[in-house]
Design a binder for this molecule. Structure first.
Ligand code: PMP
Ligand code: GLN
Length: 380
């Protein structure tokens, strides 16, 4: 029997490859994006409390009501935008599921989807599985700025969706108000939807504020805003995310979600709902991660690596031109084996593996790991 390959362009994700190699070799793992420290014990205590209280059966398909309500309340306080918890807020099993459900809700075979690359690795396979056609806008170092005239030229009558990600993985770049205005100008008279991956919404540096697409009046009703509690509360392993979208978009989104996972882990949803009561718990994130970014940057300041400080996210990209002309993939593997520091080669985020000699390091790690990694890198 012939086994069809529905995703012939992809193999095992780079995150699995590099994390596995880091484990096998005992390397410091600055590759896959996850915190190298635990979440607040108050949060796990809440899970324990809700499990013991018997909240262990299926949650409602849309998410437990108290979490949807508190998330809507937090969103209103933070961005001044209101979402109806019953018809516009859905809790799902991670941002990855939200992206899958949103793309699947609107993309028909043959539809074009604009993807800015470097792009987070789940976008294109999700588009492919729906028969969509990715149309790439290639962003380049050092600033990865969007040239909006290029986006305008890429839009056709078949463009159905644009994928947005701010703060951006892997570049750490954040969109400005002007980017939102330019996007609004291009989509406002067209039948184009938006998926806005905002999982790093609380991780911006140097006084920047997050420009959520929901805050733009033209964009709010045509955007699936995707978030993840994993990044905000150091619980990437819980895989709990959400989608905020206008009622018609949410209805379409839920049609898909109900047959992908149906619902999401119950006691954790209750725990997060309780935990959201204290805004300080996420308001301290920019300072927390900025200190870690700066620790990493200070650690490699006297090395031959070159970098532009990340504006947001928990990733720092560094250029290694002055050290070697090896391909970034080979170098990432070699550094893991030889000096015990794992990173992600940024070429994997481009559909044609553009190699700008840049590695991505995740600085969501303990200070001693960041310092030790920087020390090893500085010897190169
Ligand atoms: N989008 C981006 C940009 C990410 O970096 C990640 C995960 N690191 C995700 C989506 C997936 O989030 P989740 O783990 O909640 O599925
Ligand atoms: N988003 C994380 C990263 O960019 C990894 C998530 C995953 O392993 N799929 O490293």
């Amino acid at each position: 029997m012939l086994l069809p390959d529905k995703l012939p362009r992809v193999g095992t994700t780079i995150f699995t490859v590099m994390s596995q190699l880091a484990t096998e070799t005992g390397a410091l793992n600055l590759s896959q994006g996850f915190p190298g420290f635990d979440c607040d014990p108050a949060l796990t205590a809440l899970v324990d409390e809700h499990m013991r209280a018997g909240r262990n059966q299926y949650a409602p398909m849309t998410g437990v009501p108290v979490l949807r309500e508190r998330l809507a309340q937090k969103t209103a306080e933070q961005y001044g935008v209101s979402y109806d918890p019953d018809t516009e807020v859905t809790i799902v099993s991670g941002a990855t599921e939200a992206i899958f459900a949103a793309v699947t809700a609107v993309v028909q075979p043959g539809d074009e989807v604009i993807v800015f690359e470097p792009a987070y690795d789940s976008y294109v396979p999700t588009i492919d599985l729906n028969g969509g056609i990715p149309v790439y806008i290639t962003l380049t170092p050092p600033d990865y700025a969007v040239d909006w005239s290029v986006v305008e030229e890429a839009i056709t009558d078949r463009t159905r969706l644009i994928m947005v990600n701010t703060p951006h993985n892997p570049t750490g770049r954040c969109w400005t108000r002007d980017d939102l205005d330019q996007l609004a100008r291009l989509v406002q008279d067209r039948n184009i939807w938006l998926v806005s991956d905002e999982v790093y919404e609380h991780i911006l540096f140097d006084g920047r504020t997050h420009q959520s697409l929901m805050t733009h009046p033209v964009l709010r009703d045509r955007t699936f805003v995707v978030g993840s509690f994993g990044k905000t509360f150091h619980i990437t392993g819980w895989k709990i995310g959400y989608c905020l979208a206008s009622a018609p978009l949410t209805a379409a989104f839920r049609k898909i979600h109900q047959y992908v996972t149906f619902s999401t882990v119950t006691p954790m949803q209750y725990a997060i709902a309780d935990y959201l009561a204290e805004p300080a718990r996420y308001q301290q994130l920019p300072a927390f991660y900025q200190r870690k970014r700066d620790l990493f940057l200070a650690g490699i300041a006297n090395s031959r690596f070159r970098s532009t400080p990340a504006e947001g996210s928990f990733f720092q990209c560094v250029a290694y031109d002055a050290i070697t002309d090896e391909p970034d993939y080979d170098l990432a593997i070699r550094l893991t084996k030889e000096i015990g520091v794992a990173s992600i080669p940024t070429s994997v985020f481009y559909h044609q593996q553009n190699d700008y000699h840049i590695l991505r390091f995740c600085f969501a790690k303990t200070d001693d790991v960041i310092q030790e990694a920087a020390e090893r890198l500085s010897k190169l």
